[in-house]
Design a protein around this ligand. Sequence first.
Ligand code: AMP
Length: 281
Amino acid sequence: MTQLPKVVRTLATLRRVRAGFGNAEVALVPTMGALHAGHLALVKEARRRARRVVVSIFVNPTQFAPTEDLASYPRTWKADIAALAALKVDLVWAPTPQVMYPDGYATRVDPAGAAKAGLEDKFRPHFFGGVATVVCKLFTQVMADYAMFGEKDYQQLRVVTQMARDLDLSPQVIGIRTVREKDGLALSSRNVYLSPVDRAAAPVLYRVLKASAKRIKAGEAIDAALRDGRAEIEGAGFALDYLEARHAMTLAPVASRKDGPIRLLVAAKIGKTRLIDNVPV
Ligand code: AMP
């Protein structure tokens, strides 16, 4: 029988178990649970890099706006633990909201730079403050050598990397390539919200990203490629938040390929589901 990972819910126990790891390298994988193959790719890379693997499962209330899906966010605890056991995860850090934000809690990290790029932050202004705060706490609590984040949430990866550097937080932040369905749709815990019709339309995002990247790489004007891409996404029934070309590191706007390595990023809503994706050029 596979051994279940140790599940820890209080800081005192986390510190004791962490101390027991001694000098062994530790890799942390922060998640909100409802684990899928994308999360598990992060765990597998963590397993390759470090002798001890810690996965946190915490649906962080401070990164949801009141209008968003905190209450209905998918929770699949038993399946999550079974999947993590199969990958020989050492420790699951699953604090309650009360442990993470006890009564009287009053501090928030306020990231700038990539966090103010005018992408996700424009549509979810509360988001990166909530993410940076909880990730800062997770880094301090777990004291890992590595922390794994998905490229799927590309702006988040840039924000967390910058924060770790600016605040001298211990882990090296490692970005992991996006895991996709066969038809290109990026795996996401929120994909379960898609109706069959919306699910059939969803791969258009990746298709447009790939086609636009190809055109830009071939020397076409960025504006023209993105204009066609936006029309195709809206034609497929999406309400588009953005389809943009940005500098891959700073996320600053770019006018041409000469402005540096480029990342294309998209966010769009279909039915009640908001999807995001991105590719390198
Ligand atoms: P979440 O539970 O949605 O907060 O995601 C936890 C981590 O898994 C984040 O670093 C995400 O970027 C990463 N992740 C989510 N979906 C994917 C995917 N399809 N491929 C790779 N990483 C992913």
